[in-house]
Write a protein that binds this ligand. Sequence first.
Ligand SMILES: [Zn+2]
Length: 369
Amino acid sequence: MKKTAFLRLLSLLLCIFLLMGTLTSCDLLDSVLGGFFGQTEEEPDNDKKDGSGLPLKGEECQTEETDNDKKDDQSSVTLASIPPFTDKAYVALNGNQPNFTDADKKRGAFEEFAELDSLGRCGVTFANVCKELMPTEARESIGAVKPTGWQTVKYDIVDGKYLYNRCHLIGFQLTGENANKQNLITGTRYLNIDGMLGFENLVADYVKETGNHVLYRVTPIFVGNELVARGVVMEGWSVEDNGEGVCFNVFAYNNQPGITIDYKTGESHLMTEAEKQAVQEAIDLSKTEEEPAGDPTGEGEQPAPETEQTDPAAEEETETFILNTSKHTFHLPTCSSVKQMSDKNKQEYTGTRLDLLEEGYSPCGSCKP
Ligand SMILES: [Zn+2]
């Protein structure tokens, strides 16, 4: 009898414990998703400021609003509140205002990477970027890291051919985190370059110019048990000047124009005519609602697609290249444009050509490395 009563008590306690655990994790998830996705429907016009969503330097950044109040109202918000991908690499969230707390804003330099989840997927990456965290050594090969959903697959319509890059959540140029598997996801070339690079450069340039700190958080968004993220939420806020220099909150799509991705597995195929048509209809619809977008990075320069066939064996050999970390191109050390490159964008790299291509780097059209 005693034993039965004890067992009943034990199972009751277990139930309560499980229930509490479930509630807590749901609340956390809701507040995180709510914070990120909550405000887009209420402020549909907020990404029109410069036609691209990329914040302009000196753009007003409101910091007085209390984030906690907002989060409480967002318990039912899901990924569905993000507009479907059309032809823009990212959209502003929450009026382009990041969701950092007052406590976050008082922290010193730090970098944090979430433990991989039970499926091996990355979580939130968060740093207070400053000069001390920035890399002083050349990057090393990250080819050994295989993020969830990883597939090595090439398409002629993708710049550099490789659909997927090993995509740093917090860019190497910001904290020097390189072959850290808690910081690398399977990301399309389009996400890496069109979606994320402009914001990484913005933060890096600002920190180098001012010596100030930038709170910077990148959160991959996975749906259910999918192995490939649908996109990343990127938030940035410059600390010393209260967001005057850097202030953004965007969702960057892990899509690739012309290609359909199965986010459960990472498998992909060229879009069928029907799929293309559906995308075109969505684009037409969005065009009737919005002004045309400008060039997000202001550089106006796209790396030329690689047209010639490369020898796969040559791609696996270790060599020394010179990287332009701003343009995401790589050169032979003897290339004439290496001399013209500014020191802050120049980086020596020893590794394989394949690694560079998979990371989203393009070979220089002149020295053809
Ligand atoms: Zn070159």
